[in-house]
Design a protein around this ligand. Structure first.
Ligand SMILES: NC(=O)C1=CN([C@@H]2O[C@H](COP(=O)(O)OP(=O)(O)OC[C@H]3O[C@@H](n4cnc5c(N)ncnc54)[C@H](OP(=O)(O)O)[C@@H]3O)[C@@H](O)[C@H]2O)[C@@H](O)CC1
Ligand SMILES: Nc1ncnc2c1ncn2[C@@H]1O[C@H](COP(=O)(O)OP(=O)(O)O)[C@@H](O)[C@H]1O
Length: 486
């Protein structure tokens, strides 16, 4: 699991480390890592560093210093390095090093640029980029590289114009869109959540010796494949269909039988050995999935170790009664879609509060607004954490970087999201898979994260064969499970 730390925590660790090192050491480590990565990118794209045009955008702080030292290193390898100073104040020593290596100041971006180094602001940035900086960023991005394409854009530490601590991008037209972000010491929330994660492009972490001095809890954690593989339930030779876990689904309605089919398809790709369906789409489910045991209501279904409720359920009296029946079960439950709408008027507050087993809610932004009163703000992690604490539930806040927030204040971001999932019905598939993981005994935050991870991979797998609809995502889940766990 990788952690992402806020700027203040990074600065505190930096202070401890700097006290032990000769002045300037950290910047030299950072700049060396940055220069190495830029040289690699120039090599891969243009066949070498020599003769390539590199534009350094330098702001007034140490972020500009990192960029100019890296520019100096590239100039020493024969690159034609130009620098635009975005402030009268500038990091003096690095500017002089760049000048000494042959770097030249420019008033504005040249027409031909092979690589842009964005050193406007790093963790010291506040709000959207100021006008002059935003203008230059736009002009540089519109330049042409020597191979006729767009320049490679490398952000130093974080793309300028994003909110480092929250991942918000206050003005997308005034923020750098990086192909690669070279960051130092530790990830920041901007690399892993919100729109800023998309602006960051590929994130390359340079070790400058900071990690051991980070004493605070990360603001958000990001799992990798080994975490998911480690959590994924495995079966032993003594297992049977019941010991692997039974998942129940109260999903679908006369109007939305498809949601039942999709949620059951999601559950069948999970680790449980038995899937029960309770609802009005029993005929459709039996036809598609003969192994699923169907009844027409939660009350007449047998025991399950977790219940999924709400996907396509509707919001009528019958739906409300089914939700109440699920909330009364002493096992983990997932509340999705219409179940969240049914929670909005507060009438289920008491049974929810009285639950002792885990509750997971899976809102997208509009569903979040229905239960929390407003859509998540620019700080999506904080918004999800607040709702988790208020509802005493694990919140899976959907999006490109789905967030999982637990009532104990721990937050995670899923790194595998894919825009291919932005199509009707994929949430139903996710709810079913999550139900299976909960029924198999995974703790709720891990189940939510593992489901989001595999679901994201399934979106990517499905997208490999063209435009994606939600049944494709369900079909791709098995391959995604293999990719994530073997
Ligand atoms: N910490 C570490 O471990 C290490 C840190 N290192 C590096 O130091 C970086 C942090 O440097 P930093 O503290 O000097 O701040 P930085 O990001 O350069 O920006 C500050 C300047 O930006 C300006 N500015 C602010 N908002 C703006 C806006 N919206 N639009 C335009 N301008 C804006 C603001 O100007 P002012 O308001 O003063 O006019 C201020 O002077 C860090 O990201 C990393 O790269 C590495 O070298 C080594 C290890
Ligand atoms: N732009 C996007 N990029 C990546 N994933 C997305 C995007 N938009 C939606 N998703 C994902 O697609 C799924 C949609 O869920 P949901 O809105 O509940 O769909 P439905 O209710 O139609 O089943 C979620 O997993 C969400 O994270």
């Amino acid at each position: 699991m990788k952690g992402a730390w806020r700027a203040a925590d990074i600065r505190a660790a930096e202070k401890t480390l700097m006290a032990k090192l000769p002045e300037g050491t950290l910047m030299q480590r950072a700049a060396a890592g940055l220069a190495r990565r830029c040289a690699g990118l120039l090599q891969d794209r243009y066949g070498g560093v020599y003769g390539r045009t590199v534009l350094v955008l330098a702001g007034s702080g140490d972020n500009g210093g990192d960029a100019m030292y890296a520019g100096a290193a590239l100039a020493r390898r024969g690159a034609d390095v130009r620098v635009i100073r975005l402030s009268d104040r500038i990091h003096g020593a690095s500017y002089r090093a760049l000048e000494a290596a042959g770097g030249r100041p420019l008033p504005g971006p040249p027409a031909r640029i092979d690589l842009v180094i964005d050193g406007i602001v790093g963790i010291g940035g506040r709000g959207a980029l100021r006008e002059r900086a935003a203008e230059v960023v736009g002009e540089a991005a519109a330049a042409t590289a020597s191979d006729g394409g767009s320049p490679v854009v490398v952000a130093v530490d974080v793309p300028s114009g994003v909110d480092v601590d929250t991942g918000d991008v206050p003005d997308a037209s005034a923020a750098v869109r990086a192909d690669v972000t070279v960051t130092f010491g530790a990830l920041k929330p901007a690399h892993v959540v919100g729109a800023a994660a998309v602006h960051s492009g590929l994130v390359d972490l340079v070790d400058i010796g900071l990690a051991e001095h980070l004493v605070t809890k990360p603001a958000v954690q990001v799992p990798d494949r080994t975490d998911i593989a480690g959590w994924w339930p495995s079966h032993g030779s003594t297992d049977d269909k019941y010991t692997r876990g039974v998942v129940g689904l109260a999903t679908g309605s006369d109007n939305y039988p498809g949601a039942a089919v999709l949620s059951v398809a999601g559950a069948l790709a999970g680790p449980t050995g038995y899937v029960r369906y309770a609802g009005t789409a029993a005929r459709e489910i039996r036809e598609r999935f003969p192994s699923v045991v169907c009844t027409d209501s939660v009350g007449s279904a047998g025991r399950a170790q977790a219940w999924v409720c709400g996907s396509g359920l509707g919001t009528d009296e019958r739906a409300a009664a089914e939700l109440r029946a699920v909330l009364a079960k002493p096992v983990p439950v997932i509340l999705d879609a219409d179940a969240l709408t049914l929670l909005a008027d507060g009438s289920m507050a008491r049974p929810l509060r009285e639950r002792e087993a885990a509750t997971v809610i899976t809102p997208h932004d509009r569903e979040f607004a229905r239960i929390a009163g407003a859509e998540p703000g620019g700080d999506r992690v904080e918004s999800a954490l607040q709702l988790a604490a208020q509802m005493n539930a694990v919140v899976l806040l959907k999006g490109d970087r789905t967030i999982v927030a637990a009532p104990d204040g721990t937050a995670f971001a899923n790194p595998t999201g894919s825009v291919a999932l932005a199509t009707a019905g994929t949430g139903d598939v996710l709810a079913g898979l999550l139900g299976s993981l909960l029924a198999a005994g995974l703790p709720a935050p891990h189940a939510a994260l593992a489901a989001a991870y595999v679901h994201g991979l399934a979106g990517r797998v499905a997208a490999g064969s063209g435009p994606v609809v939600s049944p494709d995502v369900a079909d791709a889940l098995r391959e995604a499970v293999v990719l994530a766990t073997r």
